[in-house]
Design a protein around this ligand. Structure first.
Ligand SMILES: Nc1ncnc2c1ncn2[C@@H]1O[C@H](COP(=O)(O)OP(=O)(O)OP(=O)(O)O)[C@@H](O)[C@H]1O
Ligand SMILES: [Mg+2]
Length: 337
């Protein structure tokens, strides 16, 4: 069954001053599933997550180009109301950020901002969302004591309750269990598995086993580039590209040495396939060819043709608005056939 897309990035490029943090990212994030963003430190995971609720706008010197569509609407269009947008998304950060007030006041903080005053409604919300965050039984007798006295794991579940209380559609988590002990981390993980029936969840994690436990889909980023994305099962167990494979195996991610490079522009189908195969003929086994093309269909056709000939595609990436790069390693084709 085709899953519905909730968030889409289209050609999303983000830079902090001179530093480009995300490079032409295009992805679809499905509704009511858990999507994990993985990749080494500094690859752009937090930046991608923050681009989804325009939290990047709060920082000086950040430039965002391209689009992020939520339910088909570009959230970077002028006129989009940021407060309303953020209400649709709950954010859990690395460390719990409880407010210096009571447990009760933390949960209803968002509701009060949105004008809810009725004590009965607030009471009901406190119980309901603390239950949803699996914290109710631990705090129901001390709702009016300070939230800062809770353990870190409880504080993170309180933050989850506070986020859920404004009834978001999407939960964004930036390594939300990384400051927690194993038991608290598992409680949060268990919550996510229940909550995904109702919410779209996007989770940054550098713990591969967590991605395996939780994710339905995985996005692998490296140096600001989208290297691979797809069903978790496929990306984590049977990745398509060399860099994903190296990351998953805990190996050093190497840039391949390029032995030959060709650029193909607006050529007819037969020509660019022939040019690519001719260029591969000139290489020795295991040497690497870089092919730069100027359209996505061309990129797809070359990739398909090269794979049919049993050569190995190490990477495919978009390098700018108009160009794609295919990195191909020549295999011993005669031997294989
Ligand atoms: N406010 C900022 N100003 C300048 N550069 C930044 C800023 N925030 C992030 N960067 C840079 O952008 C790149 C991506 O950063 P980001 O925080 O998105 O990475 P990350 O994958 O979340 O890393 P980590 O796993 O360490 O949290 C990095 O090179 C980082 O140094
Ligand atoms: Mg980060």
């Amino acid at each position: 069954m085709q899953t519905k897309t909730h968030i889409s990035a289209r050609d999303l490029t983000v830079s902090y001053g001179e530093q480009q943090a995300l490079n032409h990212i295009s992805i679809d994030i499905p509704d009511k599933k858990i999507t994990a963003i993985i990749g080494p430190s500094g690859c752009g995971k937090t930046t991608l997550l923050k681009s989804f609720n325009r939290l990047l706008d709060l920082q000086d010197g950040v430039r965002v180009a391209g689009q992020v569509l939520v339910d088909g609407e570009n959230i970077y269009d002028p006129g989009v109301e940021k407060t309303h947008l953020r209400k649709r998304m709950g954010l859990l950060s690395q460390r719990p950020t409880v407010l210096p007030m009571s447990i009760y006041d933390n949960v209803v903080y968002g509701l009060r901002i949105h004008g809810v005053k009725d004590k009965k409604i607030l009471d009901q919300a406190v119980e309901r969302y603390l239950q949803e965050a699996n914290l109710w039984s631990e705090v129901k007798d001390r709702l009016h004591s300070s939230a800062t006295r809770l353990s870190i794991g409880q504080q993170q579940r309180l933050c989850l309750a506070r986020g859920l209380a404004v009834e978001p559609e999407i939960i964004l988590g930036d390594e939300p269990t990384s400051a927690l002990d194993p038991v608290s981390a598992e409680q949060i993980e268990q919550r996510f598995l229940v909550l995904k029936n109702q919410y779209t969840i996007v989770l940054v994690t550098h713990i591969l086993r967590q991605a395996k436990r939780l994710a339905d889909y995985v996005i692998f980023l490296y140096l600001g580039n989208l290297i691979e994305h797809g069903p978790a099962e496929q990306v984590l167990n049977n990745p398509r590209y060399a860099k994903t494979q190296a990351y998953i195996e805990g190996k050093f991610i190497e840039e391949p040495t390029i032995h030959k490079e060709i650029t193909l522009q607006k050529e007819r189908s037969a020509d660019y396939l022939t040019s690519t195969l001719l260029a591969l003929d000139e290489l020795q086994v295991d040497q690497v060819l870089k092919v730069v093309v100027d359209s996505e269909p061309t990129m797809n056709e070359i990739s398909k043709a090269v794979e049919l000939k049993c050569h190995k595609i190490l990477e495919v990436k978009r390098i700018d608005l108009l160009h794609w790069e295919i990195i191909i390693q020549k295999q011993n084709v005669n031997f294989i056939i």
